[in-house]
Ligand binder design. Structure first.
Ligand code: SF4
Ligand code: SF4
Length: 311
């Protein structure tokens, strides 16, 4: 039976959970996007992230995950705080998204509460959700739901709110009034491409992960190529340069209201602190932070790499 839910109900429930951006898109098979993804994978731009080349069929067609799918609800939640970015000798800089509690933990709880409330109101509501996990094209759905456009740095940008937000998508059997697509407002700007210290944005809308500081400091399991030795600007976990220089963030970025993201306990990592950590004390300290993803071994490797470049 057809299930139509008013958009206003969904946006009210999402706001109650602290989400800041909302959009709705109709289910479709992502043919063109899959072609682009396949081409990107063929060129090896996913570097060591082999999981990205798996489940291509599901990434292309979410009906293989949820057969009764009719739509996607896309949500955004801001994570930027008004803290000044630290730049201290003896400390490595952490990307803004990892300053507070791990967004996977925070947002999963919110999505569980959000979807349970919808299901309580509409018992026929069937769904599954993802926030940066699972075989789905998160950014593509956010774009299709009108949350924003994909910038030349490949992050989604909202014209009124910038790009400092996490994306979630809920795939469901409900139908909605669907959102309009956002135009691409990058225009002639190339600020992100020009500012990237490792030339990872190899052309407009094309990121070579193997050159990106975010990949090299987090997902990368090997050594960091020596050619980048003077390019890391003290980044020990991730990199925010392309988002920092984006005019849409300089003009419009919105601040988080989420207490777990306001608690910015991990803005830097002190090199000296790493000497005393064991794997278990590292996990105790960073277990609820995205920093745990790089593991102690990776963070030590990054510290060794950048500490030689400190000015
Ligand atoms: S995150 Fe840093 S290294 Fe990666 S594309 Fe952006 S500016 Fe370049
Ligand atoms: S810096 Fe300029 S080109 Fe890059 S994403 Fe922002 S607006 Fe687009």
């Amino acid at each position: 039976m057809r299930l139509q839910i008013p958009n206003t109900i969904i946006t009210r429930l999402a706001q109650e959970q602290g989400f800041d951006l909302f959009g709705f898109s109709e289910y479709t098979v992502l043919k063109e996007e899959t072609q682009r993804l396949t081409e990107w994978l063929k060129r090896g731009f996913h570097a060591g992230m082999n999981y990205m080349s798996k489940n291509i069929e599901k990434r292309s067609d979410p009906a293989l995950i949820l057969p009764e799918i009719k739509s996607v609800i896309s949500l955004g939640i801001f994570y930027k705080t008004d803290d000044v970015f630290p730049d201290n000798p003896g400390e490595g800089k952490v990307s803004r998204y990892a300053w507070g509690k791990d967004y996977h933990i925070v947002i999963k709880e919110k999505l569980e509460a959000f979807t349970s409330k919808i299901a309580a109101l509409y018992p026929g509501f069937n769904y599954c959700f993802y926030t940066d996990t699972g075989p789905v094209m998160d950014k593509v759905w956010a774009q299709r739901s009108g949350i924003g456009w994909m910038g030349k740095h490949t992050n989604i940008i909202n014209r009124e709110k910038g790009s400092w937000f996490f994306i979630s998508n809920i795939f469901s059997n409900a139908e909605f009034e669907y959102s309009e697509l956002s135009e691409d407002y990058c225009g002639t700007c190339t600020a992100c491409i020009d500012a990237c210290p490792t030339d990872a944005i190899i052309s407009e809308y094309q990121l070579d992960s193997s050159k990106c500081i975010s990949y090299l400091t987090i997902e990368n399991k090997g050594d960091i190529p020596g050619k980048y030795r003077d390019k890391f600007n003290n980044w020990i976990f991730g990199c925010d340069i392309c988002q920092d220089v984006c005019p849409w963030n300089i003009r419009f970025s919105s601040l988080t209201k989420e207490p777990d993201f306001l608690d910015t306990k991990n803005k830097t990592i002190k090199f000296a602190d790493l000497d005393n950590l064991t794997n278990s004390t590292f996990m105790k300290k960073y277990g609820d932070s995205p920093i745990s993803r790089a593991r102690l071994k990776g963070i030590r490797r990054n510290a060794g790499f950048i500490s030689k470049t400190l000015k």
